[in-house]
Design a protein around this ligand. Structure first.
Ligand SMILES: *[C@@H]1O[C@H](CO)[C@@H](O)[C@H](O)[C@H]1NC(C)=O
Ligand SMILES: *[C@@H]1O[C@H](CO)[C@@H](O)[C@H](O)[C@H]1NC(C)=O
Length: 993
């Protein structure tokens, strides 16, 4: 029933019908589609009250908060068991579980790391000792899942042995650590809490409201009468007598031992085991992060009230069909990193847990002094983190800048891999290009209309009956000739490979998967069989190193026939999507490598598959060392090391275009900036205006791909008629002209985790009025401030100006007149993207239009210098061969440009002596590449009569022509230096005095 013989990409029967209804709506009005989406999709996924542990912890919180100051949190540290040694605080938290004072031991470690990050880890003694019994003969592991670190963390764990005790006593201990000992952790014993301070000021506190809850293991007491299971309050008396471990009499066991949702029952062999903690951010009104969700980047409150959500933000990677906007519902990926922002201060927490997680957020005015309640009162943000299983493992970052958080988090989970240069160009995708002839024809037409692009994509239909690593040879008669055709202009092919493997005989991939025992197992330990695109399917278990080794063998050019050096990979459906599974994914009691339950590792699943594919591409051919390109839909903290992500199956409507910016920005500040949304919208048919605006916006997504559903009409850019075709072509050419600036921004992301597109709070953490803004951004450090138009028929745009610098329009050089914290209105007719240039920056461009990024590799550069108010400007360029790992051996050019007073210089940004670097082929060829043109915007009037200036480079002097353009009533003055001819890799200076 789930298998769809017509090959429509539908997921479940309810989704199938919803699609047809949706398609009908599309031909009427798009809004009704949206409304319908709300009605149809939400009930396929759990609300908090349908997820036992979420419901229990919310109730726990309600009870604690209702009791107010009389609430006694049951977690205490006996001071005699606490010690501080070599940068780590060790203690045992005792959880009191009954009136007789019975306790459960929860070992606690607080590690102070060299980076200034603190890590708080709580485990359960009995689980460490495996001293528990599993129900239902489960083959699962007995410990709490403690391997999230193995997948997510790559460094930064060195303990700071300089951290020191500032005071200690019966009530607690204070530890000082971090830069100049300016950080402090104030650990209280009864009840247990940890308050973090910076320079003596409270920043955040763990267990501030006493909502910590670690559900300890307990045996199930079988009741004689069946109705007892359901009885909520009844039967306390009898229960008590037989129980070896006492349970509070009022506890409602209905969700402890088994849970059913949508016809699937979770057997929960370990019973209830959730971990929950509240974290308060003092004086912080804005919190960001915890992707992936739709809605504003500044997260909303989740406990109801006008304009708020009524549900917690959920992290449980899912294939959410026709996802809805402005919702705390889960989506395809999860990054449990949250940062809080107040004026001049940023702090953050990283909740390292891979199980289903919910996060409640509430904000409250500080009410110490009722007279100060007005506008001057500080707002505290309360958060409540609730995970189903695993350790409690929290990293605390004390900033003080957004950049510090980014850097510290990047040290832990890694940064964006240097991308293949082609992958930051434009990607042309649809479900599906139907044949190799179709692909070649699209390629030819892009050329005929002079539309640049780098990659064309194949969705699932290229395969023989959805068997990955095969081709439908009726339609793709000669994949190699297709690949070679694309290669002529340096273009690439991306093919989809998903984790579900058709469970069919005489398909070698599934035969091997079974015979080698590398598939995910069900709760009985047998191969788990579920439904996905191919029908009956098995899932490769990439938590297993042997599975990764096997996966690698499938991608060699010998084995994956029809692929060649310019073939790259798209990993979809890796949440994993299982059409007939609970919430369209795997049962939680499935078993992975080494006996971990799927429950424990769910949010990591996508990352492990992405990782396996990454390593498979690295080892495709001996000696071929190139950076892989892999797009993933599902992700976790750390996935940024492996490739790009996109925001999944969006819709062709203005609302989804608008929602994409905040989602892409949120990815960037959460450490995974190589992100984009499907340009044009996946479902439906964008009207030409919408498609044009989407290309303009997409030209500023770090990952820039047009994609469309199989039922959508063809919409390659050349299909548009004028003026839209020219508008889209112009947006694409602008992207290509700015590729050197984009690549430099990727380099910065690779170095320290910086976002590639940067929201206002990140670049201007002092400017409070920018903290809620998520529809405009800076591109890297270029000073380019972009605000895409996302509304129909809109011909002007209001851009927020975050500081007192001077700003110019990118295209006209018109000077913007406004002041810090104000909006400026710019003209934005359909053919115009609102882009401003901030004074004080220099950015590189390549102005000759070409068919693909690869064909531009040895083109000359243009530098755009935008003088700041102080007459200065600076910027950088990073460039390497764009595909190999030779940059790790110094094969790159990294320039710092500076206009200081009246001399413009280019020097090595890292102070290297370029002559000392042994030149490989690429560096040699770069000797012929020059800065051809320099545009100085805001050039002073003292240059007005200048006709030429002196360039000095490598001991040689030469004359460069300068043309000066006076300011007029709206336009700023500018100067153009032509035929500069300064070698891009060499030091040079131009005297403009
Ligand atoms: C990814 O796969 C490689 C290759 O098998 C393996 O060594 C590594 O541990 C895996 N995990 C991560 C996080 O890279
Ligand atoms: C540490 O203190 C020294 C001396 O007061 C100061 O120069 C330095 O900037 C401080 N470093 C940090 C990271 O605060």
């Amino acid at each position: 029933m789930y298998h769809n013989p017509t090959k429509a990409k539908m997921r479940t029967p309810s989704q199938l019908s919803s699609r047809w209804i949706a398609m009908l709506c599309l031909v009427t009005i798009l809004c009704s589609l949206f409304t319908l989406g709300v009605a149809v999709k939400e009930h396929d996924f759990k609300k908090c009250h349908q997820s036992g542990f979420c419901k229990r912890n919310r109730a726990y919180a309600d009870n604690a908060i209702a009791q107010g100051s009389s609430w006694e949190a049951p977690y205490k540290i006996p001071s005699e068991l606490a010690e501080f040694k070599d940068g780590q605080f060790h203690a045992t938290i005792l959880k009191t579980i009954d009136n007789q004072g019975t306790t459960v031991k929860l070992p606690l470690t607080v590690s102070f790391l060299k980076s200034g990050t603190a890590r708080v880890t709580v485990d359960e003694q009995r689980r460490i000792e495996k001293d528990i019994e599993l129900r239902n003969n489960s083959p699962a592991r007995k410990e709490r899942y403690n391997e999230a670190e193995k997948w997510a963390i790559v460094g930064g764990l060195t303990v700071d042995t300089d951290a020191k005790v500032a005071s200690e006593g019966k009530a607690g201990m204070r530890i000082q650590y971090g830069p100049n000992f300016s950080f402090e952790a104030d650990i209280k014993y009864e009840p247990y809490s940890i308050e973090f301070k910076r320079d003596g000021v409270s920043q955040l506190k763990l267990n501030d409201r006493g909502l910590m809850n670690m559900e300890h293991w307990r045996p199930k007491i079988e009741k004689p009468a069946p109705e007892e299971n359901e009885a909520k309050e009844g039967g306390e008396g009898e229960k008590k007598e037989e129980e070896p471990v006492e349970v509070a009499p009022t506890e409602d066991e209905s969700t402890w031992w088994e849970e059913t949702f949508g016809g699937n029952t979770d057997s929960k062999p370990r019973g209830p085991e959730s971990v929950a903690l509240d974290i308060t951010f003092f004086g912080y009104e804005h919190v960001y992060g915890i992707p992936e969700h739709t809605g504003p980047m500044s997260l909303k409150e989740t406990r109801g009230g006008e304009g708020n959500h009524a549900e917690p933000y959920r992290l449980y990677n899912s294939d959410v069909f026709e996802y809805i906007l402005d919702s705390p519902m889960t989506l395809y990926g999860a990054i449990p990193l949250m940062q809080a922002q107040r004026k001049d201060s940023t702090v953050g927490v990283f909740w390292l847990n891979a199980a289903e997680t919910w996060i409640d957020i509430t904000k409250a005015k500080e009410s110490k002094n009722p007279l100060s309640l007005g506008s001057g009162a500080k707002t505290n943000t309360h958060t409540h983190w609730i995970s189903e299983a695993g350790l409690m493992d929290v990293f605390v970052f004390l900033g003080p800048t957004p950049h510090d958080i980014t850097k510290n988090y990047g040290e832990l989970t890694g940064t964006t891999a240097m991308p293949q240069e082609f992958s930051i160009g434009y990607h042309q995708c649809r479900w599906n290009y139907i044949s190799d002839d179709d692909v070649k024809e699209v390629d030819r037409k892009m050329d005929r209309y002079k539309i640049p692009y780098d990659v064309i994509w194949l969705d699932i239909e290229y395969t023989d009956d959805r068997k990955y690593f095969t081709w439908d040879y009726d339609m793709f008669k000669d994949p190699m000739s297709m690949g070679q055709h694309l290669d002529v202009h340096g273009r690439k092919l991306v093919v989809i490979i998903d984790p579900h493997i058709k469970n069919a005989g005489s398909y070698p991939v599934s035969d091997e998967l079974k015979s080698k025992g590398l598939a995910v197992k069900n709760k009985e330990g047998k191969d788990f069989d579920g439904w996905c695109w191919p029908g009956s399917s098995l899932w490769v278990d990439c938590f297993n190193p042997a599975a990764i080794e096997w996966w690698k063998t499938l991608f060699t050019y010998d084995r994956f026939k029809g692929t060649m050096e310019n073939t790259w990979i798209w990993n979809d459906m890796n949440e994993p999507s299982v059409f007939n599974g609970p919430e369209v994914t795997m049962p939680k009691d499935n078993i992975h490598h080494e006996g971990w339950e799927h429950r424990d590792v769910h949010n990591l699943n996508g990352l492990t598959f992405h990782n396996a594919t990454f390593h498979a591409l690295v080892s495709r051919k001996k000696g071929e060392e190139r950076r892989p390109f892999i797009l993933t839909r599902s992700f976790y903290a750390g996935s940024q090391r492996l490739g790009a992500m996109w925001t999944g199956d969006n819709q062709a409507s203005w609302e989804y275009l608008g929602a994409a910016t905040a989602m892409v920005l949120n990815q960037g500040i959460s450490g995974f900036p190589f992100a984009g949304a499907d340009v044009g919208g996946f479902f439906g048919n964008p009207e030409p205006d919408l498609q044009s605006r989407w290309f303009q916006a997409g030209a500023f997504y770090p990952f820039f791909r047009g994609h469309a559903h199989i039922d959508a009409r063809r919409r390659e850019p050349f299909m548009l008629s004028e003026p839209h075709r020219s508008i889209v072509t112009a947006a694409l050419r602008l992207r290509y002209a700015l590729l050197p600036a984009w690549y430099t921004a990727f380099y910065q992301a690779n170095q320290d985790g910086s976002p590639i597109v940067r929201p206002m709070y990140w670049t201007h953490p002092s400017q409070e009025s920018g903290f809620g803004i998520d529809d405009q951004f800076f591109v890297g450090s270029t000073g380019l401030l972009v605000k895409p138009v996302v509304e129909k028929d809109k011909v002007t745009q209001d851009i927020f100006i975050p500081d007192d610098e001077v700003y110019y329009d990118y295209f006209t050089y018109n000077k913007v007149s406004t002041s810090k914290g104000k909006q400026v209105t710019v003209q934005a007719p359909l053919e115009t993207i609102p882009i401003l240039m901030r004074g004080g920056h220099i950015f590189p461009r390549r102005d000759i239009p070409r068919r693909s990024a690869q064909l531009m590799r040895f083109d000359d550069y243009t530098l755009v210098v935008v003088l700041g108010k102080n007459g200065k400007a600076e910027g950088e360029l990073y460039v390497d061969d764009g595909e190999s790992f030779d940059y790790e051996k110094g094969q790159y050019i990294h320039r710092a440009f500076k206009l200081d007073g009246s001399v413009l210089t280019s020097t090595d940004a890292e102070g290297r002596d370029i002559k000392s670097i042994k030149e490989g082929d690429w560096l040699k060829r770069m000797n012929d590449v020059a800065v051809d043109k320099i545009i100085v915007v805001g050039a002073p009037s003292s240059w007005a009569n200048k006709k030429e200036v002196q360039l000095e480079s490598e001991g040689q002097k030469s004359t460069v022509k300068l043309e000066y353009f006076k300011a007029d009533s709206s336009r700023g003055a500018f100067a153009v230096l032509g035929r500069v001819g300064a070698k891009i890799g060499a030091d040079w200076s131009i005297d403009l005095s």
